[in-house]
Design a binder for this molecule. Sequence first.
Ligand code: PGA
Length: 248
Amino acid sequence: MRQPLVVGNWKMNGSLAANAVLLSELKPLLANANAVAVAMCAPFVYLAQLSDMSSIGGFKVGAQDVSIHLDGAYTGETSAAMLADIGCEYVIIGHSERREYHHESNLLVAQKALAAQRAGLTPIVCVGETLAQRESDSALDVIGEQLSAVKSVLGESVLSQCVIAYEPVWAIGTGLTATPEQAQEVHQFIRATLGSAGVDTQILYGGSVKPDNAQSLFEQADIDGALVGGASLNAQDFFNIVLAANAL
Ligand code: PGA
């Protein structure tokens, strides 16, 4: 039985004051959705604040990136052990914005997932196709390659302990969402690619998830929750998405 999981991805948004307001609005709401695991992924500088507030807030803490290195002369990097040290349980790996703007390769994404997993964090491994790839019918090939790079570094059984997020690049921050059927087709493919252990893997959908489309996505057999960008910055919107997952 897979527990629904809803993860907020704040991206590069927030401030000490705005985060405190958002989390204090969210706290009483989340008490009404116990069946769902909830995590918030914040910029590095706010992880300590989130970690402090998570003890009273009913959510877990995640980062948005991690170094492949353990420690040492890597200016600007943050290790997986440091994330665990500050109270993180999750880390987003290979988000399409990092793949695109920071040229992260499938291999680097796999190495980051390994570093996270070795430090006891749960990697949220993002995969997804661009619009051109979807239109040329190569979405499943692209996603298959993204997954197989991670599988060859982590091994099948460890990969199945990660969270996988299917995020079609054309749906991120655009207001366009994959239809529930399009998303289900990819989620089913991902689960099949994970092998026998994939039956327990939480596979999230991400890409313009909003309160009004969450339920129809969550009704699909292989969609176990969501990775939520824009709507995670509004307590009521985010909670309404959590509530839709709570009914699964
Ligand atoms: P969005 O972002 O919900 O704003 O589309 C999702 C994501 O990038 O994780």
